[in-house]
Design a protein around this ligand. Structure first.
Ligand SMILES: Cc1ncc(COP(=O)(O)O)c(C=O)c1O
Length: 406
């Protein structure tokens, strides 16, 4: 595909070096991307890449989906934004669709994952305020965003370095360790917050026993269970929520429902939107005047999110990513032990591979050189986060590109 880029990669790199805050770690050869279609993107020099990063688990329908382009144009011509002091049909409809897929409750809309988590933590604190409960137990290695609140919530010290004093009220325990949570719960505990699959931490899924144990424990203690599903939710695993997949695939499907679930990334497929589903326990805690954001749930963002849900259903993309993810995992597992490929893990479209003998950044760069984009995570993991629409041929092509770098 012709790119028609009016600028060269060198010009763009120079523009970044001169005018863009250097807060992202990019390799010197990071591609300058100018166009996308489906699973593929092209850089300013016309080079083609298979995009198995999807942003970072964002572009669930790949790039330039014609129906998303159409809905953006149509809604853009009709109504983009009104104040949340007024109402519009799209927000009510999207909230209804999210409730239908999750369980009884209500939805708060915002613009990003970190904001969704902030809302979730505020609600849990407010629910516990009368009893003096404000502490949130989170897990080591977790990632919940980059606001001051969420770097305090994340169980990674490096995120807080230089930004002290950290916001108080977070207690960290090892992931998948139920006894540690039980020990950490005290009279000040308001909630436990976990990712169903730790994403930035290296694609580490919760065990079914941990999920069920946390639900039982938090119910017994009268505190909230909050799930950060920003990365692993919204069909990334082939199920709407990762806990459905985790519990189902271990034969432990049951009545598991947390008290709140944060969402972003795939919810908008690249158009910024975040949301929190609150179950009955927390659904009316954020009362008038207690929380807000100017842009939360605009008519345009909700129209995009609604169209994404329709496309996923009509084109059976949850089933597709579950099947393609298994093919990818199987193919990578066959390469395990060869070259840099170590352990392979994950569910559906969230696959992690540990890197041996090299750094994950070195391997990500080598893969980009052969035209495959993936995303580093943790200290030694590469994430494969293909769009839900990825084809069998594209999975095979990605595996061939991996093999060519061994
Ligand atoms: C699990 C999780 N929570 C929260 C966030 C933060 O989302 P955002 O960057 O949209 O604020 C991320 C982003 O990677 C994430 O993976």
């Amino acid at each position: 595909m012709k790119t028609n880029s009016p600028v060269t990669s060198e010009q763009v790199r120079a523009g970044y070096a001169q005018h863009v805050v250097p807060s992202y770690k990019r390799s010197a050869t990071a591609p300058v991307l100018v166009r996308g279609k489906g699973t593929r993107v092209w850089d300013a020099d016309g080079k083609e890449y298979l995009d198995f990063g999807s942003g970072i688990a964002v572009n669930c329908l790949g790039h330039a989906h014609p129906r998303l382009a159409e809905v953006m144009k149509k809604q853009g011509e009709q109504l983009v934004h009104v104040s949340n002091l007024f109402l519009h049909p799209n927000q009510a409809e999207l909230a209804g669709e999210l409730v239908k897929r999750t369980g009884p409750g209500k939805v708060f809309f915002c613009n990003s994952g970190a904001e969704a988590n902030e809302a979730m933590v505020k609600a849990a604190r407010k629910a516990g305020a009368a009893e003096g409960r404000y502490e949130i137990i989170t897990t080591l290695n977790s990632f919940h965003g980059r606001t001051l609140g969420m770097i305090a919530a994340s169980g990674q010290e490096r995120l807080r370095e230089g930004f002290g004093p950290a916001m108080p009220g977070f207690v960290y325990v090892p992931y998948n360790d139920l006894a540690a949570v039980e020990k950490a719960i005290g009279p000040k505990t308001a909630a436990v917050m976990i990712e169903g699959i730790q994403g930035e931490g290296g694609v580490i899924p919760a065990t079914p026993e941990y999920l069920l144990g946390l639900r039982r424990l938090t119910q017994e203690k009268g505190i909230s269970l909050l799930m950060d599903a920003v990365q692993c939710g919204h069909y990334r695993t082939g199920r709407f929520q990762s806990y459905e997949w985790i519990l189902e695939s271990s034969g432990k499907k049951g009545d598991f429902l947390p008290d709140a679930i944060s969402m972003a990334k795939s919810l908008g497929g690249g158009f910024p939107i975040g949301a929190v589903w609150f179950g009955i326990r927390l659904s009316d805690v954020l009362s008038p005047g207690t929380h807000a954001t100017t842009y939360g749930g605009t008519a345009l963002a909700c129209a995009v999110a609604l169209e994404i849900l329709k496309i996923i259903e009509e084109e059976k993309l949850a089933e597709n990513i579950a099947a393609r993810g298994e093919e990818l995992k199987k193919g990578l597992a066959q390469l395990s032990g060869k070259g840099w490929v170590g352990e392979v893990r994950g569910f559906g479209g969230m696959v992690g591979v540990t890197v041996r003998g090299k750094t994950h950044a070195e391997v990500a760069e080598a893969l980009a050189q052969v035209g495959l984009l993936v995303v580093p995570a943790g200290s030694d993991v590469l994430r494969f986060l293909a769009p839900y629409s990825v084809s069998m041929n594209e999975v095979q092509e990605a595996l061939q590109k991996v093999e060519s770098t061994l």
